[in-house]
Design a protein around this ligand. Structure first.
Ligand code: ADP
Ligand code: ZN
Length: 288
């Protein structure tokens, strides 16, 4: 049996095929343009494997409808990407491919990938954040995604502005939420330079670390998870993690006893494969 995964991101769709042990045996990627342009490419890719394909796991940018009782289950809903608003993603795939499909957010799938095969193995509860083009968070508890009326949107938690930061934030909904202050595009807008071009010693990283530390603080006190993983393009700045640890401990003031900090806060063990691996693992679960 083979499993399919679709990491449907805002800039590209990564599609992959794995075997039973989640080894990725084929991977392609297509730019995210419009559903009319992108989906036929995705469907064509999977059709080649259809005879052996047991299921497909999808981790999508959103917001999306993950409520299986809803009339719009499987839709991308109120996304700012106009071409994808109210698009029946799961329905379109199912009609063309006739295989079981699992559907969750891109950050949930990355969280699940890390939980099954990355830095989150052997913990009961795991929270995963990506700090990239957007900021998003997902949580897995005992193998299940944390959800209520919908999926979490942790990237939009409100922040206290850093005293040395005069940027008003670029989230079109909230201004200075976490995404509005700490995403890659927020850094670029604030400093008029791409985040990856800043020197590791640039004083800005202290401010970035402060925002991410506020996020870790909030996450710790709301969920008391066993571990928090920080991924996404911005976290490729390796000087950030130690700054975040220091700032977080400073804010926490020993209010609760947490696991050893180097066990508690980690970067993704699967690196850029966390999302796709999580999608493949969700597809494998469908067959259980
Ligand atoms: P996406 O969020 O689109 O899936 P990424 O997680 O790579 O993709 O995020 C892209 C964002 O991360 C961009 O805004 C980019 O400026 C920033 N970024 C990418 N690589 C780095 C890096 N090495 N250092 C700092 N920022 C980076
Ligand atoms: Zn926001």
């Amino acid at each position: 049996m083979l499993y399919g995964g679709i990491e449907a991101g805002g800039t590209k769709f990564v599609c992959g095929i794995s075997n039973e042990d989640l080894t990725i045996i084929k991977r392609v990627s297509f730019p995210t343009t419009t559903p009319q342009e992108t989906l036929p490419k995705v469907i064509h890719f999977f059709q080649e494997y259809q005879a052996e394909l047991a299921g497909i796991g999808v981790g999508a940018f959103g917001p999306i409808d993950v409520n299986q009782d809803s009339a719009t289950y499987g839709f991308i809903t109120s996304t700012p990407k106009l071409a994808w608003q109210n698009f029946d993603f799961v329905g379109t795939l199912q009609k063309a491919l006739a295989v079981p499909i699992a559907f969750t957010t891109d950050v949930n799938s990355a969280c699940y990938g890390e939980y099954i095969a990355g830095s989150g193995q052997k913990v009961k509860s795991l929270v995963y954040y990506t700090i990239g083009t957007g900021v998003g968070g997902g949580a897995v508890v005992d193998g299940k995604f944390l959800a209520g009326f919908s999926h979490p949107e942790m990237g939009h938690m409100l922040m206290q502005s850093h005293p040395a930061d005069h940027f008003e934030g670029n989230c079109p909904f909230h201004g200075n939420c976490l995404e509005g202050l700490a995403s890659g595009p927020a850094i670029e807008k604030r400093l008029q330079a791409k985040a990856q071009t800043l020197a590791p010693t640039d004083p800005y990283w202290q401010i970035e670390a402060d925002y991410i530390a506020q996020c870790v603080y909030n996450t710790t006190l709301m969920f008391a998870p066993d571990r928090i993983i920080l991924g996404g393009g911005v976290m490729k700045q390796t000087q950030l993690l130690p700054l975040i640890k220091d700032a977080f401990l400073d804010k926490l003031k020993n209010y609760v006893a947490i696991p050893p900090i180097d066990e508690y806060l980690k970067t993704p063990g699967l690196k850029d494969d966390a999302g796709l691996t999580g999608c493949l693992a969700l597809a494998r679960d469908l067959a259980k």
